[in-house]
Ligand binder design. Sequence first.
Ligand code: ATP
Length: 238
Amino acid sequence: MAAILTLESLSLAQGNRLVLEDLSGEFEAGSITALVGPNGAGKSTLVQGIMGVLRPLRGRVLCQVPHARRAWLPQQLALDLSFPMSVEELVMSGCWPTHGSFRRYGPAEYRRGQAVMQRLGLQALEHRPLGELSGGQRQRALLGRTLMQEARLLLLDEPFANVDAATVELLIQTLRDMAAEGVSVIIVLHDHDQLRRLADRVLHLDRGHGHWYTPQSMTWAPSGQPMTATATTQGPTS
Ligand SMILES: Nc1ncnc2c1ncn2[C@@H]1O[C@H](COP(=O)(O)OP(=O)(O)OP(=O)(O)O)[C@@H](O)[C@H]1O
């Protein structure tokens, strides 16, 4: 299957600090890639590079997915959810990249919004303000927004943090379904069990470099960091 995202000898810097050097790899439609590495390894920096908000120092990011179909779900803690917006309004705002934020939604869009909320068990919460949601409810609403956007490339940063077990199961199933529908998912994960259940392959960032693994080929140090020496070649495994 053709790559929808290619990193070509990519180097990224934050200010004067070189964070990632000479990183290459391909991401296919329908693949789920776990992004792992210690604090400060450059996971968020890579996400910024892929989303096009950070320009490469060297090399290239080639993405076949238009910006309107790329979605980024940041860490919950990074979100200010105190503004007055309901679950339904958040889910419907997934239309903005293609529809614009000032046009009224049509009946077809409302029907799609209802279907998305049903898929994620959000119907009873549709008028609830975001500030009154639990961590799991909030994460379901945020994923609903990306479903509404019909994202083809979805990046998530620790989406299971502060989320109840039932919602973790629902989110894992929904992400698997999205991948089966052709979405390419890149997900920052720390939990080994979740990683094994979800990811097709793993990109480990460490000391400025990236190494590719299959979830099965990884062994973990007590620190929680990968310590396997059997990295695969860069790029997809399938
Ligand atoms: N806006 C910035 N300006 C300067 N340096 C930055 C900036 N953002 C990140 N950095 C630095 O770049 C490096 C990589 O940071 P990044 O946030 O990408 O790491 P991370 O792997 O996502 O870490 P964490 O697991 O803690 O979220 C770190 O040394 C960090 O201090």
